[in-house]
Design a binder for this molecule. Structure first.
Ligand SMILES: [Zn+2]
Length: 301
C-alpha cells in the first residue's frame, strides 16, 4: 500500500510543517487559492472523485493539501519530486520548449513541471478502472497534479537556468531582504493581503473570483479553458509563464536594488490573474479526467 494511509498521512503533514519552515513554490496562499477556485468549479463526477481520494481528516477540502508536495520534496521518499516544481530555460531566451527544457539537472527527460502534470494526469485517467489499493497512489497523483498546476502558472517557476528562476537574484522587498523568485512566490501576495485585504486570504480570493465571474477577465475564461489535448496544453501554460517572467519578472530588475510600490502595483494584477488561470485550468483538467465519457482516456492512451 502507498504512503498515504490516513494515520501516516496526518503524521507526514504535521511533521513536514515543523521541519520545513517556509514552504517553497507559489506561496501557501497561492496554492490554496488555486485549489479553492478549482474545487468550486468541479462538475459532479470530478467533485465526487476528489472527495473520494482525499484523506478523511481534510473533510473534503482539496486546498488543505495543495501545499503538501512542497512540504515533502526534501524528504528521502519524495526527493525524486524536487525537480518537478520548476523548469529551467536558457538564459535570456524567454522561450520554453518541452524537448529542450523539460529535464532535471542530470538531463533526465520529463523531470520538470510539465512532465509532472502529464505523468499525474495520465495516472489519474486510470482512476475509474482502479482497484482500491491503487487508489492510495491516486491520492498522491491528485495532490501533485493540483500543486503543479499552481506552480506552472507562477511565472518565475519557468525562469532562467543560471539564476535558478530568480532565486539567486537578491534584493530588498520594501524594507526586508528577499530574492526575485520569492517576490513572486510570496511577497506580492503577502503585501496585497496586508495592504488591501486585512490579511484575510478569503477576501483576496473573493476579488479574484469576482474578476473572472463577472469582472475584467470574464470574456477570457473560455480561452483560458481551451484545450484540445490535456497532454499538450501544459506546454502553453509554461510558455505563458516564461513570457511573463521576462516581461514582468526580470524586466528592469537589478540585483541588490529595492523593489517597492511601482513593482508591486504593476505586478499584483498579474499574480492574481495567474492564480485564477491556474484554478480554472485545474478544474478543467479534473473535470475531463474524471468525466464519465471515455474521450480523454482514449486520447491519452
Ligand atoms: Zn512547488
Amino acid at each position: 500500500m502507498g504512503g498515504l494511509c490516513p494515520l501516516k498521512f496526518v503524521l507526514f503533514v504535521s511533521l513536514a510543517s515543523v521541519l520545513v519552515p517556509g514552504a517553497w513554490g507559489w506561496s501557501k496562499e497561492g496554492h490554496i487559492m488555486t485549489c479553492r477556485i478549482a474545487q468550486s468549479l468541479l462538475e459532479p463526477d470530478a467533485a465526487h472523485a476528489v472527495e473520494n481520494l482525499l484523506p478523511q481528516h481534510v473533510n473534503g477540502d482539496l486546498s488543505a493539501l495543495c501545499v503538501w508536495p512542497d512540504q515533502v520534496r526534501h524528504w528521502y521518499r519524495y526527493r525524486w519530486t524536487s525537480p518537478l516544481h520548476f523548469i529551467d530555460t536558457p538564459d535570456d531566451a524567454c522561450t520554453y520548449e518541452f524537448s529542450r527544457d523539460c529535464h532535471d539537472t542530470h538531463g533526465k527527460k520529463n523531470m520538470c513541471i510539465v512532465g509532472a502534470i502529464r505523468n499525474f494526469t495520465s495516472q489519474l485517467l486510470h482512476y475509474r478502472e482502479g482497484s482500491s489499493d491503487r487508489r492510495h497512489n491516486m491520492t498522491e497523483a491528485l495532490l501533485f497534479l493540483s500543486h503543479f498546476m499552481g506552480d506552472v502558472h507562477q511565472p518565475m517557476h519557468v525562469g532562467f537556468t543560471s539564476d535558478e528562476g530568480g532565486n539567486t537574484i537578491e534584493l530588498r522587498w520594501f524594507r526586508h531582504k528577499s530574492n526575485l523568485h520569492h517576490v513572486w512566490d510570496r511577497e506580492i501576495i503577502l503585501t496585497a493581503l496586508a495592504d488591501y485585504y486585512d490579511k484575510d486570504t478569503e477576501l483576496l480570493l473573493q476579488d479574484i473570483v469576482a474578476n473572472f465571474t463577472d469582472g475584467v477577465w470574464h470574456d477570457d475564461v473560455s480561452s483560458w479553458k481551451d484545450c484540445d489535448n490535456l497532454m499538450k496544453c501544459p506546454n502553453k501554460y509554461a510558455t505563458e509563464s516564461i513570457n511573463m517572467a521576462c516581461k514582468w519578472g526580470y524586466k528592469g530588475v537589478t540585483p541588490g536594488e529595492t523593489l517597492a510600490d511601482d513593482y508591486f502595483n504593476s505586478r499584483m494584477p498579474i499574480v492574481m490573474k495567474r492564480i485564477a488561470q491556474g484554478g480554472i485550468r485545474l478544474a478543467m483538467f479534473l473535470n475531463r479526467i474524471f468525466s464519465d465519457s471515455d474521450e480523454e482516456f482514449a486520447a491519452a492512451t
